[in-house]
Design a protein around this ligand. Structure first.
Ligand code: NAP
Length: 190
């Protein structure tokens, strides 16, 4: 069971524009030709921040037209927010705030032998990393730059560095990079 930050990013390190648009992302490739179908099949629980959840709320009609449901995930999802947010019919949602550790324990219990997906944003993934709970970072680097926007991983992470595990080309629109987060004595000594 792994905890994975799986996301797409622009070449200059943004996962959305400043106003939370993903319009730049979808023309870059067909999701069914990426690693996503195999990835999501192994996911047992999701975590996301409120901006990511509110994107789903705003685009419920489009998502429903494309996937058949306003909420495309069958797995339970933990939404981090300090505010009260509306639910989406058909979704199994837990609204939480604060420390990611107890939330991760609950997610692990729900996920069983499947993986935990940190959907985003980057700072939430960073909070799991800060707590030593992140195992992998999987990024589809899109062939565009945004100049500014919501950052991929707003942390200084230099020592130990992530370990590059694989590189895969997806058409002309994406390069997928898979990184492992170092664990154990070597990581804590660095
Ligand atoms: N390119 C991709 O594949 C991809 C993947 C995922 C997301 N996205 C997009 O990227 C953008 C991400 O937005 P974002 O960077 O602002 O991140 P976000 O994690 O979606 O939202 C951040 C907000 O979540 C709440 N939050 C985070 N941690 C919390 C905690 N521990 N306790 C309580 N509340 C917490 C806070 O807001 P409040 O407390 O005010 O609610 C915080 O401002 C969205 O537009 C999303 O749609 C893109």
């Amino acid at each position: 069971m792994k905890t994975q930050f799986y996301t797409a990013s622009s070449l200059d390190g943004f996962i959305a524009t400043e106003d939370d648009s993903l319009d730049w992302l979808f023309p870059l490739g067909d999701i069914n030709e990426t690693s996503y179908p195999a990835f999501i099949a192994e996911v047992g629980a999701l975590a996301m921040g409120s901006a990511t959840y509110e994107w789903m709320l705003r685009h419920a009609q489009t998502v429903a037209a494309e996937t058949g449901s306003a909420w495309p995930y069958t797995q339970p999802t933990w939404v981090f927010s300090s505010r009260t947010l509306p639910s989406i019919p058909g979704a199994t949602l837990h609204f939480v705030r604060g420390n990611v550790r107890p939330v991760h324990s609950a997610m692990r219990a729900a996920a069983g032998d499947k993986n935990i997906w940190i959907v985003g944003g980057g700072d939430l993934a960073g909070q799991f990393h800060d707590a030593g709970l992140l195992d992998e970072v999987i990024v589809q680097i899109g062939s565009v730059t945004l100049g500014q926007g919501k950052p991929l991983f707003p942390r200084r992470l230099t020592s130990p560095p992530l370990r590059l595990d694989s590189v895969r080309q997806i058409g002309t629109g994406f390069a997928e990079l898979r990184y492992l987060v170092p664990k154990g004595p070597a990581a804590s000594a660095a």
